[in-house]
Design a protein around this ligand. Sequence first.
Ligand code: IVH
Length: 688
Amino acid sequence: MTDLQTIDKEDQAARIKDLRKQIDYHNHRYYALDQPEISDAEYDKIFRELVDLENTHPELITADSPTQRVGFAPIEKFLPFGHEVPLLSLENAMNTEEALDFDRRVHKLLGVGGNIEYVAELKMDGLAVELVYEDGALIGAGTRGDGFTGEDVSQNVKTIRSVPWRLLGPPSQRALPVKLAVRGEVFIEKRDFDKLNDQRAERGEPVFANPRNAAAGSLRQLDPSITAGRPLRAFFYGIGTLISEKEFVTQLEMLDQLKRWGLPVNPESRLCHGIEQALSYYEKLAEEREYLPYEIDGVVIKVNNLACQRQLGEKSRSPRWAIALKFSPDEAQTHVLDIGVNVGRTGILTPVAFLNPVVVGGVTVKRATLHNIDEIQRKDIRKGDAVLVHRAGEVIPEVIEVIKSKRTENEEPFKMPPNCPSCGAPVVRLPDEAFHRCVNRNCPAQIKGSIVHFASRDAMNINGLGEQIVSRFIDEGIIGTVSDLYRLRMEDLQNLPGFGQKSARNLLDTINTSKQTTLSRFLYSLGISHVGAFIADLLARSFGDIDKVRSARVEQLLQVQGIGEKVANALAAYFSNPDNRRLVDELLDIGFVIDNPPPTRPVETGFWSGKTVVFTGALSSMTRQEAGEAVTAKGARVTDSVSKKTGVVVAGADPGSKLAKAQKLGVRIMQEDEFIGMLNGHSLATEA
Ligand code: IVH
């Protein structure tokens, strides 16, 4: 070997070392701290450089190189992995009352009064693991198993990028423990889970039922290179064995030390003074958990002081110093008592399952939507079936699947009725539609649905006029169309049981004030097929006048950017029907005052077109109102709350919780500078 080659090799060895250090550092920033410093592309670049260099010099590959995370040789079976200190499980509290019992027990056993200091941690819904580090190096990892002996999944755990192979610490190494057995949970984030399942479905492989199953299935692979390809993550929350100069006084200090050793620790843990604070945190999480990037199934409440933990000790399978306060599950089993159909305002018949009442996600569910006939046939849902029901957040409860093993063969398949259950008119299914419809335009169920829609929040916003009251008014024969609402008088309402003088007056006042409205609300409230709030707004801004909208021909409607054939045809059909024309005339005669927005120039197709925008915090260069008008003029829609459908959140000074929600949902966030840049039609981000 020439001198030159030697020097070259030395350089390359140094570069390899440097790259490994960089990669370890960025892994830690990304997974443990959640604060990446470089883009994914930059990361991939240095990773590839390392792989290339190692390929050129295989003799320089070391077992601890980050490239070695991607695959070890498959094994034949898992070896047992013993836990020096048994990995206990947690006692569950199914409601706040049981958590209060826990607090009373802790007080009694410790013999103290006042508030106990607790740490509330998220209960990650994955699978438990224990990792063993000796002198800072990861030497093994095992699953929980029966708590005493699990399976040795060391090679698989080493493929998880958020798991450090070496603990971080000052070079003296005295700061690193001689031995550390650390416990935590391996899981998969919801988005990664969806992606993984999409991939599997594409390849024709069976999909995982939920992220927990996916995480467990991925960790328990005999071939570690399969595990390496799965998006596993981990959070650590406790210690089994510790031989170290380090000592901690509290659970929080311990979590903090784990973090400093480079282990990923969930940042959502909270110190709580007293059980009440822990319970408030639980309530908050019950509402917000759908926005977390991963699934949790409860909150673990732990006594913060470690000396108190020791004093409280353990029962045979669970510690006395902690309790898992579970969320009510958002799935439950029940029976389909019957299957009926609901007729909506557009005449669509939606099959509905009437269920044996069951508590799901904290509320009693009696019915679930079955969407349409194809869905029922696909899931083969029959009257009498045992089913799994799901309910999340505000979403309408759904039947997920039939529990076929419980079939008795007395179940009855469902057939769409040939006649509308509300009016008896024939039911049809148009060739390219998934739905069945009632053909009678005067069907009482359709009338009821259209009046409820007319009164709803984004339409005429008539507070107090919900489904039940509308049904009653129709049954009493005091209304038959929306225009009848404006003819209601005190005498009509006063005689109705349950209506006092005051509530009747309030309702009439609200109905009366709704006559002062905007063109977009007015159009939306008519309930024209395919005309939602967004399209109504588009029409209002493009035509600026109800007469222009109702006399527009299909070709004119199609001129509007954002309006396609479906909407244009639906509008033309609606306004060519004499009943509908009469209704609009009647409303105008009644004294509707429709605020016509100044017609704007045609809606642009630029960045803002069709995007939903939310503002939070104060802007320094304009008011929120002005900013809202500016983006609306460019085709965006401004809303108040952040959801998955939000396109952009503009964050000014002192942003509120909307910003956090946007971050959690991965919605694009713009600071004021970037926002102004985008308003003026250029992107600062790409200029920088
Ligand atoms: S502490 C000795 N804290 O819940 C107490 N467990 O039955 C050990 N889990 O599968 C458990 N998040 O892995 C604790 N923040 C957390 C947790 C947590 C999830 C899991 C644990 C085990 C189960 C306990």
